[in-house]
Design a protein around this ligand. Structure first.
Ligand code: ATP
Length: 366
């Protein structure tokens, strides 16, 4: 039986979550959240294990019912609509392919379940396989495919019936790094050509930054920050966001007047923007690529601050070198720089001076 969902066949649809929450017994997996996923948007749910990403995905899919709140698809309340009527397609990490069926039959499955005519099924399956680069693989069984190819079948099976929204739960989690990078590009291209709204789940922050229009960072069943990849990286709201997205140097101190704050060892550093009450506590952050390592005798120019320290570790990680420095006033810093060849890179034990521009400091809420 074909279900009439009342959901139009346009590619881009919006989802609005209003006060959605979920408790399992005494555990609150998701505190009430409001979240709007825009038409055609690629939105990623990012967060550590147990932060509520899958719960949120399952609520949207209808696999579980919310404790409170409402879910709207294009403004229409679908909170109590059965999962298969929502027109929401899922791609899973473990592919969830049927092992005894050929690639063709796996991809055709959602169309057969919707009792579509054979001719249409053939055309749609071939179009879907074409889009994921798997034409010619129709007769293979899943076990005769690589992990990346199996995931492409999983994606083809999802897009074949043109779902209103596509949700992907850690779809690249089982793949090695190179294939993962490659598939990220493929999924992005697919999103551009289909124009479908995609909700993507990952705990890999680089993947989230690379792929998304916006990222919803979750922590402890709440939204820690929702914004563009740039917002999260350059304007993290708090300590959790600063530490989860990229690497960061956190400096805490007390506002001392004159646009400065006092940090350990009676040193003071300039702080960006706005007047702050003298004596109040402040937490600021600077990214490792904005920290420069210089010689001990070097003097800080206007608008820059400096701290003396000693290099503790040097890690050569290909194009970039990561250096940790323990400062005289008891702070630990990380700096990143473009790698030079062996012999030109800094050495552990060297006495150095760290420099940064006060305009690269970001003030955090807590
Ligand atoms: P991961 O990245 O590990 O998949 P996640 O961010 O997707 O984590 P969720 O699976 O949403 O996290 O889980 C959020 C919290 O809810 C966790 O503490 C989890 O143990 C709990 N939880 C999830 N499903 C259930 C359930 N069916 N019954 C009881 N507790 C659950």
């Amino acid at each position: 039986m074909q279900h009439d969902t009342g959901i139009s066949s346009r590619a881009d649809h919006s989802i609005d979550l209003k006060g959605i929450s979920k408790t399992f017994g005494r555990l609150t997996a998701l505190h009430p959240v409001d979240l709007s996923v825009r038409k055609g948007e690629f939105l990623t749910l990012l967060g550590p294990s147990g932060s509520g990403k899958t719960t949120l995905l399952n609520l949207i899919a209808g696999a579980i019912a919310p404790t409170t709140g409402a879910i709207l698809l294009d403004g229409r309340d679908i909170t109590r609509m059965p999962p298969r009527d929502r027109g929401i397609g899922m791609v899973f990490q473990n592919y969830a392919l049927m092992p005894h069926m050929s690639v063709f039959e796996n991809v055709a499955y959602p169309l057969r379940a919707r009792r579509q005519p054979t001719k249409m099924i053939r055309a749609k399956v071939q179009d879907a396989l074409e889009r994921v680069g798997l034409r010619g693989f129709e007769d293979r069984k899943p076990r005769q495919l690589s992990g990346g190819q199996q995931q492409r079948v999983g994606i083809a099976r999802c897009i074949v019936y043109s779902p209103a929204i596509i949700m992907m739960d850690e779809p690249l989690g089982a793949l090695d790094k190179n294939l993962r990078d490659h598939m990220q590009g493929e999924i992005k291209r697919l999103h551009e050509t289909l124009g479908t709204t995609i909700i993507y789940v990952t705990h890999d922050q680089e993947e989230a930054l690379n792929m998304s229009d916006r990222v919803c960072l979750m922590n402890g069943g709440q939204i820690a920050q929702l914004g563009t990849p740039d917002d999260l990286y350059f304007q993290p709201r708090n300590r959790f966001v600063a530490e989860f997205v990229g690497e960061s140097n956190l400096i805490s101190g007390r506002v001392s007047g004159n646009g400065r704050m006092t940090i350990g060892g009676n040193q003071s550093v300039a702080i960006p923007g706005g007047r702050r009450p003298e004596g109040s506590e402040l937490l600021v952050m600077v990214r490792p690529e904005n920290v420069r390592i210089g010689g001990v005798g070097e003097v800080a120019v206007e608008g820059r601050d400096a701290l003396n320290g000693e290099i503790t570790t040097v890690s050569f990680i290909g194009g970039m070198t990561r250096v940790t420095v323990s400062t005289e006033n008891g702070l630990n810093f990380v700096a990143r720089m473009v790698s030079g060849r062996a012999g030109t890179r800094p050495e552990p034990g060297a006495r150095v001076r760290l420099f940064w521009s006060s305009s690269d400091l970001v003030v955090l809420d807590d």
